[in-house]
Design a protein around this ligand. Structure first.
Ligand code: ARG
Length: 441
């Protein structure tokens, strides 16, 4: 590594080259090269503004803009070589710009710092990422809505404490997830709304004495307005925390659904069969079909939550303004984005290809005395019994059914009347799961 080239951007006051370990710990290029498009877009907006404000000549600005577009093209065609000794995406791009257009490239960084540059790039990236996440959530919602429509009449046991509670429809169950996802979308949009301010022009922390126009760059980059306070602009990462938090919550919703798919596809439950396309076999047990995708969606939510905790921990007690600690934010965000979008796609695939065993669901809905609440309600409405008393009477009837090894609706009228003599034949309609579900429509 040549001493000069390694810190052509900041090496003026240094006599020695950085240690290799220093280079290693400092470099972020492997991660932040993903911001190249946003970085070039931000630089073009910046240089146009410098030209418009007379800080650079129009010709200089045009030359730099052209050079940046050339760099962009090199990156997109795979010709660009990212170098670790140039630390990050910003310096890699600027160094190549200099090779392409000469010393005038050095004027690009007038009235700017990497501190406002990186956070501008990152907000730009995240705004696009949110649009993409919304799209993936939308596709999953479509799949859920389709299954919801198909299973409006599919009766299944509803659970509390994972014990059979009351009969519900599969539609109701799946729609619950569609509604969670709808809220997840609003969480992302809400975060987007707040992050839609442009940090560019805050420079290192204190703004600049050049006559820049921050409104112009904000507008050019599609931000609502500039971030007002320059220290806040370079040092705040609450937009990162909000994004990571929205990812973690969405991911936790997916993990719950994933867990249900795992349970439902067991022999014991037998509610669904997942398609071959989203399951795997065992290398030793030939009969096995494992719900790995669902398990991984469940497991990866730990990772997405970890990214949030990581960044909350990094940001805690960090003094103003920029600190290098914050460079860690990219790993967390990219990983949460990649993981969440993958999980959303996997979930869509699993749900659209799953086979639902309606008979088994219905059969199970009839287990566990799932209409006991309906029986209690019948006692209340038909016999005018106070609910507490009805609850008690129903409990006794359930106990009797249990003793006889029967479902509630198989208990004889005489047996029920031995507990509450007001009960009539009419009670049986309350005991059917189909009826119970219909009445609560
Ligand atoms: N690579 C850095 C980051 O991601 C860019 C900002 C560096 N700023 C600085 N003052 N060294 O945070």
């Amino acid at each position: 590594m040549s001493k000069k080239s390694s810190h052509q951007m900041w090496g003026g006051r240094f006599d020695q080259a950085p240690d290799d370990i220093m280079v290693q710990i400092n470099a972020s290029i492997d991660v932040d090269k993903r911001l190249y498009k946003q970085d070039i877009r931000g630089s073009i907006a910046h240089v146009k503004m410098l030209g418009a404000c007379g800080i650079l000549t129009k010709a200089e600005a045009r030359k730099i803009e052209k050079g940046l577009n050339k760099v962009l093209q090199e990156i997109e065609t795979g010709k660009f070589v990212f170098k670790i000794e140039l630390e990050d995406v910003h310096m890699n791009i600027e160094a190549r710009l200099k090779e392409l257009i000469g010393d005038v490239a050095g004027k690009l960084h007038t009235a700017r710092s990497r501190n406002d540059q990186v956070v501008t790039d990152f907000r730009l990236w995240m705004k696009e990422a949110i649009v993409e996440i919304e799209r993936h959530i939308g596709s999953l919602q479509d799949v859920l809505n389709k299954q919801t429509k198909a299973h409006k009449e599919t009766i299944m046991p509803g659970f509390t404490h994972l014990q059979i509670a009351q009969p519900v429809t599969l539609a109701l169950h799946l729609q619950a997830y569609a509604d969670m996802l709808a809220r997840d979308k609003t969480r992302f949009l809400d975060a987007l709304e707040r992050m839609d301010e442009c940090p560019l022009g805050a420079c290192a922390l204190a703004g600049t004495s050049y006559p820049t126009d921050r409104n112009m760059t904000a507008k050019e980059l599609g931000f609502r307005q500039p971030v007002r306070n320059t220290l806040d602009a370079v040092s705040s990462r609450d937009f990162v925390l909000e994004f990571l938090s929205a990812c973690a919550i969405c991911s936790s919703h997916l993990s719950r659904l994933a867990e249900e798919l795992v349970l439902w596809s067991t022999t014991q439950f037998g509610f669904i069969t997942l398609s071959d396309r989203f399951t795997t076999g065992s290398s030793i047990m030939p009969q096995k079909k494992n719900p790995d995708a669902a398990e991984l969606v469940r497991g990866k939510s730990g990772r997405v939550t970890g990214n949030l905790v990581q960044m909350l921990t990094v940001m805690k007690a960090l003094p103003l303004a920029y600190n290098k600690d914050m460079q860690e934010d990219k790993t967390a965000v990219f990983d949460s984005f990649d993981t969440l979008t993958l999980c959303l796609k996997a979930m869509s695939g699993m749900l659209s290809g799953m086979k639902v065993h309606k008979d088994r669901l219905l059969q199970d809905a009839e287990n566990g005395y799932s209409t006991a609440t309906d029986l209690a309600d019948w006692l209340v409405t038909e016999l005018g019994m106070p609910f507490r008393q009805a609850h008690h009477v129903t409990g006794k009837i359930v106990k009797l059914a249990e003793k006889q090894g029967k479902k509630l609706d198989r208990l004889s009228l005489a047996d029920m009347r031995s507990i509450e003599k007001g009960i009539t034949q009419d009670v049986y309609k309350a005991l059917s799961v189909v009826h119970a579900v219909k009445r609560r429509a």
